[in-house]
Design a protein around this ligand. Structure first.
Ligand SMILES: NC(=O)c1ccc[n+]([C@@H]2O[C@H](COP(=O)([O-])OP(=O)(O)OC[C@H]3O[C@@H](n4cnc5c(N)ncnc54)[C@H](O)[C@@H]3O)[C@@H](O)[C@H]2O)c1
Length: 251
């Protein structure tokens, strides 16, 4: 029960890795807020965990919208009185079509940045007054190992995830005096229930062949580091980026 009674908001937890984090956090004792733009999926995740006796709440949230992120924080504080953990996991990801950069439209670029970077900014902006008042908080930002490999044909995504690392470092310096730790996780290729076209089966084979640990990554492979970064065990660690990709990139 390493997160016993901690209140955790996980954005983009309606599916994929975020939903897996939500299930894991519940198992280790947290009260989990599933904040996703897809309310139906968020509620399905909450239904599953509450059926097992855990405490969870679905709140429809568009992380790219300031009023929506403010409303999220307001609702959580009203319900639980505090917020211990924010996992900035929501992103435009599984829906991306890979293409050369000249073919990425300005609308696609701006739309992706609006979620992957403005969303991160807005969620932190909304939550910081509460964490500062508590003099305690954990912020975990989800980047990607594609930043280290410079994966081509979705340059808007890779650029946004590089921004997440810079944001983490700068925010960690700003909020350390309030005992708020800000860290970043860069997962490698991680298979979920959601099919996606950004990696072909040949590319997948090549990735596995290049990893030190030669098997496909799953959300479960990220649980150890995520729970550690959310727990008191990481209280002396801030501004860091931890890479978990089976040793594909040696960061
Ligand atoms: N799966 C991988 O291989 C992999 C690798 C590296 C990093 N990541 C990162 O991990 C995170 C989760 O990945 P995933 O595979 O589960 O992605 P996914 O695309 O399957 O899920 C993203 C979730 O974010 C939600 N979302 C999208 N826009 C939103 C918005 N405006 N407001 C709120 N929620 C919104 C979606 O509804 C969805 O539930 C992402 O940040 C992704 O970039 C994934």
């Amino acid at each position: 029960m390493r997160l016993k009674d901690k209140v955790a908001i996980i954005t983009g937890a309606g599916q994929g890795i975020g939903a897996a984090y939500a299930r894991k956090f519940c198992e280790v004792g947290a009260k989990v807020v599933v904040a996703d733009i897809n309310q139906e999926k968020a509620e399905a995740v909450v239904k599953k965990v509450t059926e097992k006796g855990h405490e969870a709440l679905a709140i429809m949230t568009d992380v790219s919208d300031e009023a929506s992120t403010q409303a999220l924080v307001h609702t959580v504080v009203e319900r639980y009185g505090r917020i211990d953990i924010l996992v900035n996991n929501a992103a435009i990801f599984a829906t991306i079509e890979t293409k050369p950069m000249e073919e990425i439209s300005v609308e696609e670029w701006d739309g992706l940045m609006g979620v992957n970077l403005r969303g991160l900014f807005l969620c932190c902006k909304a939550i910081l007054p509460q964490m500062k008042a508590q003099k305690q908080g954990k912020i975990i930002n989800v980047s990607s190992a594609t930043v280290f490999m410079g994966k081509p044909y979705y340059i808007h995504y890779v650029t946004s995830k590089a921004g997440v690392i810079g944001f983490t470092r700068a925010l960690a310096r700003e909020v350390g005096d309030w005992n708020i730790q800000v860290n970043c996780l860069t997962p490698g290729y991680t298979e979920t229930e959601i099919p996606r076209g950004t990696t072909t089966s040949e590319q997948k084979k090549a990735i596995i062949g290049h990893q030190c640990i030669k098997r496909i990554g799953t959300p479960e492979d990220l649980f150890g580091i995520m729970v550690f970064l959310a727990s008191d065990e990481s209280d002396f660690m801030s501004g860091q980026t931890v890479n978990v990709d089976g040793g594909d990139n040696l960061h």
